[in-house]
Design a protein around this ligand. Structure first.
Ligand SMILES: NC(=O)C1=CN([C@@H]2O[C@H](COP(=O)(O)OP(=O)(O)OC[C@H]3O[C@@H](n4cnc5c(N)ncnc54)[C@H](OP(=O)(O)O)[C@@H]3O)[C@@H](O)[C@H]2O)C=CC1
Ligand SMILES: [Mg+2]
Length: 338
């Protein structure tokens, strides 16, 4: 029997065109529909859930098992919070669409930076936590959604004016675009493509660190793609610039949206160098250090569970599990062990 999908949006039913679709397809279609149809999106906002931010810091709640989750409030709860704190109810309209839950409920985010932070925290029984910290307190499934929400809010906050005319830009209801009120130029949220690569010489892998990293932490080499470059060209250039090596046998592993310091689209790859050409020539203006690490050293670092205590870092500390760098390093170690 065909699954009856009924998404009630203030009395409107979006069932007919989506009835034959799988859950995933219908969710994607719904989000696309809400991006294009301002009236439908405004209606979905009335029944949607909202992730709150304060000056781009997400609101987290501690749950009984001691872990954290992003506070997701129903739209009517947010309206009640705004009313209680004496804020304009129209603030809700600044919400930006971020997706749709498996229960087909539209998901939004809203920055309430103009309200008193402590007052919102008290009413909502949560804490606004800097994204860098929040990102690592959350589980795998929630962290990317919070990162996406913050990236969209940041983009709106920094794209209020047209770069061609200097005139204000107006967002659509979902926040998927902004349009210049004078020229009609349409702006979409942007990300910078970044290549990240784990280089191996067959026995060892190459990791580098920037001076801004926590003590002892090394990661895969990364760099922004230049205009006009392919992924492979950017990868070869970055490894040549930073480590003085020429790589071959490039293979793609996976990608990730990375919110720090702004939105990057990380494209994760593996690559190889011939053992006889593995002599490093590190550009110290880009990297504080880069070294070859053995499987034994990497495996020991992968086994570490908690962040190292301050002042006593282990010899090698890897990026957290959420990071695509971690995935590349783990993949390499697993292949070596095989
Ligand atoms: N998720 C993960 O696992 C990891 C993510 N990363 C991320 O990868 C990104 C890139 O790594 P990084 O080694 O710093 O990059 P690069 O090696 O490209 O060095 C950064 C420099 O590139 C220049 N640059 C060129 N294009 C851009 C752009 N679009 N935005 C910002 N700077 C640009 C800037 O130089 P100038 O200031 O001189 O103009 C900047 O200082 C970082 O944002 C980092 O957070 C890194 C490692 C792991
Ligand atoms: Mg780099």
């Amino acid at each position: 029997m065909l699954k009856q999908l009924r998404i009630l949006v203030s009395g409107r039913t979006w069932s007919s065109s989506l009835r034959h679709c799988s859950g995933f397809v219908s969710r994607m279609r719904l989000v696309n529909q809400l991006k294009q149809d301002d009236a439908a999106c405004a209606a979905a906002l009335q029944t949607g859930s909202i992730f709150l931010f304060h000056r781009l810091n997400p609101l987290l709640q501690r749950i009984p098992n001691g872990t954290f989750r992003p506070a997701t409030l129903h739209s009517t709860e947010v309206q009640a919070v705004l009313q209680r704190l004496g804020a304009e109810g129209s603030l809700l309209q600044d919400s930006v669409l971020i997706g749709c839950s498996e229960q087909n409920q539209a998901q939004f985010c809203l920055d309430v930076g103009q309200l008193d932070q402590a007052a919102v925290e008290e009413v909502c029984d949560g804490k606004f936590i800097a994204l860098r910290k929040a990102f690592f307190l959350l589980t795998g499934a929630e962290a990317p959604l919070v990162a996406k929400a913050q990236a969209l809010l940041r983009w709106h906050q920094t794209n209020g004016f047209c770069s061609a005319t200097g005139q204000p830009t107006q967002r659509n209801q979902s926040g998927s675009q902004r349009v210049c009120s004078s020229s009609g130029i349409v702006y979409y949220p942007t990300m910078s493509p970044v290549v990240i690569v784990l280089v191996s010489d067959g026995k060892r892998c190459l990791l580098g660190r920037q001076s801004s990293f926590p003590k002892g932490m090394y990661s895969a080499l990364a760099g922004f793609c230049d205009m006009g470059e392919t992924l492979e060209e950017a990868l070869c250039r970055e490894v040549a610039e930073e480590a003085g090596l020429q790589v071959h046998s490039i293979s793609y592993s996976g990608s990730q949206h990375w919110p720090f310091p702004h939105s990057s689209f990380m494209l994760g790859c593996h690559a190889a160098v011939r053992p006889e050409h593995s002599q490093l020539s590190v550009d110290h203006s880009e990297l504080e250090d880069a070294r070859w690490f053995s499987l034994q050293e990497v495996s020991a670092a992968l086994r570490l569970q908690a962040p190292p205590p301050r002042g006593a870092p282990p010899p090698l500390w890897l990026p957290p599990k959420h990071a695509v760098a971690h995935r590349l390093i783990r993949e390499w170690a697993e292949r070596q062990s095989d």
